[in-house]
Design a protein around this ligand. Structure first.
Ligand SMILES: [Zn+2]
Ligand SMILES: [Zn+2]
Ligand SMILES: [Zn+2]
Length: 329
């Protein structure tokens, strides 16, 4: 993620900031990709701390406007969980803007944010994507709930940002499948996504992943169905681009692989990008261990999995991405 400048004092300001250390309240303008002094705040600013600018007074920002269903706020944790979920969505959407998504005239994703603990009692919420509609379970914002699910599913990594990248990858497939060359190339590499999804997932959860999955897939879950392989691959590609973008923003340079390009979102060379991002990820893993923390990027990538990341990189950068948005989401 980029590090921005305070419009008043020019010091560093971070993507999630509502106020600069100089005291200036600020709002993020996703069209100009910069912070302004507070002027036209998102209508959700007070309630959930959204720091984006709205197109007009009293309106929602382009990110909050994609939320078609807001959660039941009966449980006292739900407001904070919703706020954290919207913050992760903003983080992921700005990366997609930079790859050229959400240009005028393209289909937009919409979100349903649902709580498990509602005024009607406990309900089951399944996260997923269908025809441009993404359902998010806001309970995943709770670190205790998320960690216990990560453990029970035997995952190395589970975050809100990961969920948004995964579900938006399904949305990207839904948009890209209109391009015939995409589907042909996709099926050659990932297999036929028309295979029965319901029974594939049932089989995955009943019997576990195929034992040789690390040789072919980025994660165990990716081995469950071509759609999930794509979603996991795209999410990882987006993670790696963001790691490089953050390294570039902080001025980090690894001697062995050189400085990241100023804007990794515009880099064309898939192989060079993946190699460099993995170098930076491994360096960050080593730094995290100095504090006894979990690895930043706890994955080993086989050649077939890497080829899928390169394919994802070729397709998720839309042709001629506009440097700045012409129109908000
Ligand atoms: Zn300032
Ligand atoms: Zn907002
Ligand atoms: Zn999925």
């Amino acid at each position: 993620m980029r590090i921005y400048r305070c419009p008043t004092c020019q010091s560093d300001i971070y993507f999630r900031n509502l106020v600069c250390t100089c005291g200036q309240p600020v709002e993020f303008d996703p069209v100009q990709d910069q912070f302004h002094p507070l002027g036209t705040p998102c209508a959700n600013r007070e309630e959930i701390g959204c720091n984006w600018q709205a197109p007009e007074p009293g309106a929602l920002c382009p990110s909050c406007a994609t939320t078609e269903v807001t959660p039941d706020l009966y449980h006292p944790d739900s407001l904070g969980n919703w706020a954290a979920s919207e913050a992760a969505k903003r983080w992921v959407l700005i990366g997609m803007y930079r790859l050229g998504w959400f240009a005028p005239g393209t289909p937009r994703p919409v979100f349903k944010f649902l709580a498990e603990r509602t005024s009607e009692g406990q309900v089951h919420v399944t996260m997923g994507h269908a025809n441009g509609v993404i359902t998010i379970n806001i309970a995943e914002a709770d670190p205790v709930i998320r960690t216990s699910r990560r453990e029970s599913l035997n995952e190395d990594y589970r975050t809100l940002i990961g969920h948004f990248r995964h579900e938006l990858a399904h949305y990207m497939h839904w948009v890209l499948q209109e391009t015939p060359q995409f589907l042909t190339a996709f099926r050659w590499l990932f297999g036929d996504e028309r295979a029965d999804y319901g029974s594939a997932l049932k089989q995955h959860y009943a019997n576990g992943p195929r034992p040789d999955w690390p040789q072919f897939f980025i994660t165990a879950y990716a081995s469950s169905h071509p759609h999930e392989d794509w979603a996991e691959s795209v999410a990882h590609l987006l993670h790696l681009v963001d790691i490089l973008d953050s390294a570039a923003a902080t001025g980090l340079t690894l001697q062995k692989s050189g400085a990241p390009s100023a804007d990794p979102y515009l880099q064309d060379d898939s192989e060079a990008l993946i190699t460099q991002a993995l170098d930076y990820a491994l360096a960050a893993n080593h730094i995290n261990r100095s504090m006894g923390l979990q690895d930043l990027y706890p994955f080993v990538i086989s050649t077939p999995a890497r080829n899928k990341l390169a394919f994802a990189h070729d397709w998720v950068r839309l042709p001629h991405p506009p440097r700045l948005l012409q129109q908000p989401l």
